[in-house]
Design a protein around this ligand. Structure first.
Ligand SMILES: Nc1ncnc2c1ncn2[C@@H]1O[C@H](COP(=O)(O)OP(=O)(O)OP(=O)(O)O)[C@@H](O)[C@H]1O
Ligand SMILES: [Mg+2]
Length: 368
């Protein structure tokens, strides 16, 4: 099992820095998703790992040894791209067999078994002997994935392989990738701009923005604890609410009260009074018709149905608009007065540059 590492890797295209001195170690036998918006440098980073792009500076290492000067074919990697690369005029089986021919140590029986396994994992047995030119786009892509995995390279790189593909194929691919990492211990780097895909596929997410890795962590970590305002904004549907706020001392304690909390909530971890950005996810706001101990008054400005059986509301709170996500079927009228509550543990504070502030909230009553 190969360990993949990049050290201070950088790629410039003229004055544009596509990847900015990224240093990363990819865990073996895991699916790592490179997630970020279009143009953030995902493909460029992946192409440098593959050897398809020469870094401006920095190194790629497999098992601790630099491979930066090796050609793609000398790197023992499998690759799948957004658009299927298959050889027309050959059957699915022949396509998958193709790269196995160069593996001299494998017996003919072993090669056949690998092809059969790959066909089975991707549910391609019915079309094994069909010319790939006659297959749909989704099936062609499955053949391309099967070809990459059958060779059992140490590292598999996939660049948006299911962006243009139906949900069934996506879930089959997910199952195949899980099996590969569990049984064959292959290291998979999977590039996507689709957060749902990354959330369901990844063991670990590398969140990327403007050529830099902004955060790495489990899907849950990066979603629940964004290290930067960018992660709060980019993840979620829609992303976090951000409210500019000044943390001031009240009765000798740094305090966050309104707009989110009726009660003064003490903050621990800040040096002094400061401007912050309060981040809270729409689904962390709860709405009720009656006031409760720590709720703040709000008015419904707009209501829309979003997917997943949830309703998205725009609320006016303290003169600002915030989004809240509530179970669909909760019938709120435009203009209705309601009350909003929020658990301080679900609030993230960012500094004005967008970096996460490490603070602990403690309600005033608990201080006594
Ligand atoms: N060969 C090239 N020449 C010049 N600029 C390039 C080249 N390849 C990529 N870029 C630029 O580098 C930046 C990063 O591109 P890259 O393709 O790595 O982004 P990406 O994250 O994969 O985006 P997408 O989600 O759209 O695929 C972009 O601004 C892109 O225009
Ligand atoms: Mg790309």
């Amino acid at each position: 099992m190969a360990e993949l590492e990049v050290r201070k890797i950088r790629k410039e295209f003229g004055s544009l820095v596509a990847v900015r001195d990224a240093s990363l170690r990819f865990d073996s036998a895991r699916v790592t998703c490179l997630l970020g918006p279009s143009g953030c440098g995902k493909t460029t980073l992946m192409r440098m790992i593959a050897g398809l792009e020469t870094p401006t500076s920095g190194d790629v290492l497999f098992d601790g040894k630099p491979v930066t000067s090796l050609s793609p074919s000398a790197r023992d990697i499998g690759m799948v791209f957004q658009y299927p690369v298959v050889y027309q005029g050959l059957t699915a089986r022949q396509n998958i067999m193709l790269p196995l021919r160069s593996l001299r140590t494998l017996s003919a029986a072993d090669r056949s078994r690998r092809v059969d396994d790959a066909l089975a994992i991707l549910d391609l047995r019915d079309v094994a002997d069909t010319d790939v030119g006659r297959l749909t786009h989704a099936l062609k892509q499955k053949v391309a994935v099967a070809r990459a995995i059958a060779r059992q390279p140490h590292i598999i790189l996939m660049d948006e392989p299911v962006t243009n593909i139906d949900a069934t194929t996506k879930s089959q691919l997910k199952y195949a990738l899980r099996r590969l990492t569990r049984e064959l211990h292959q290291t998979i780097v999977y590039v996507t701009h689709d957060q749902t895909e990354a959330m369901t596929l990844a063991d670990e997410i590398l969140l990327m923005n403007e050529g830099e890795i902004v955060q790495r962590g489990s899907p849950r970590e990066v979603y629940n604890h964004p290290a930067h305002r960018f992660g709060g904004w980019f993840l979620g549907n829609p992303g976090m609410n951000f409210v500019s706020h000044r943390v001031e001392k009240r009765a000798g304690e740094l305090t966050l009260g309104r707009p989110l909390f009726a009660r003064d909530t003490h903050l621990h971890g800040l040096d002094g009074e400061t401007d912050v950005i309060v981040g809270v996810r729409p689904e962390s706001l709860a709405i009720a018709g009656t006031a409760s101990e720590n709720s703040v008054p709000a008015r419904i400005k707009h209501a829309a149905i979003v997917t997943g059986g949830q309703q998205l509301l725009a609320l006016e709170v303290d003169g600002r608009t915030v989004k809240a996500k509530v179970p669909a079927g909760s019938s709120y009228r435009i203009g209705e007065d309601v009350h909003v509550t929020c658990d301080p543990d679900d609030v993230t504070l960012f500094d004005t540059d967008g970096g996460k502030l490490e603070v602990i909230f403690r309600p005033k009553a608990d201080d006594a």
